[in-house]
Design a protein around this ligand. Structure first.
Ligand SMILES: [Zn+2]
Ligand SMILES: [Zn+2]
Ligand SMILES: [Zn+2]
Ligand SMILES: [Zn+2]
Length: 158
């Protein structure tokens, strides 16, 4: 799909009306026209959806899921609106912790709520931290082991 093309309102399209979207819902993965956005915001099921401007959507629409972060090699699954950057799961907590406008690019079409995505993220961070701690521990005991061996070697020599 060439960018610059008009993005249709998904809701209107469903009713056979062709109208340009001016907002994009990342949860529904659908465009919204002004009228439909109002309804979207009021509706109980879609009230908490992350709705972004079409401008922001254009920035992320070409980011493919398989694209990896050049710094961390993780999937680019987040977008920081303040920095105008696509981010991986490592970038978010390291550089964009205080950014309030970090939104998920890929939301499972099963309407997974943002809170689920966030708690998943937290779990991933927890897991990473645990791994790092374990790594440090392993290295410490390895160093001790080497020291012991060196000591033993010295005793034998003298
Ligand atoms: Zn509409
Ligand atoms: Zn929605
Ligand atoms: Zn990264
Ligand atoms: Zn940021």
């Amino acid at each position: 799909m060439a960018s610059g093309k008009h993005i249709p309102c998904g809701t209107c399209m469903f009713g056979d009306v062709s109208k340009d979207a001016w907002r994009w819902c990342t949860n529904c993965e659908e465009g919204l026209c002004e009228d439909c956005e109002k309804v979207h915001r009021k509706s109980k099921t879609s009230r908490n959806h992350q709705v972004i401007s079409i401008e922001d959507y254009r920035k992320i629409e070409n980011v493919s899921i398989s694209q990896l972060c050049e710094h961390h090699g993780e999937n680019l699954e987040w977008f920081c609106k303040s920095h105008d950057e696509v981010l991986c799961v490592v970038c978010v907590p390291s550089k964009h912790k205080s950014c309030s406008d970090v939104i998920p690019i890929i939301v499972n079409s099963a309407n997974s709520r943002q809170s689920t995505a966030l708690s998943d993220l937290e779990e991933t961070i927890d897991g990473t931290l645990r791994n790092v701690k374990q790594c440090i521990k392993n290295r410490e005991s390895a160093t001790k082991e080497i020291e012991k061996q060196e000591l033993a070697g010295q005793n034998h020599g003298s």
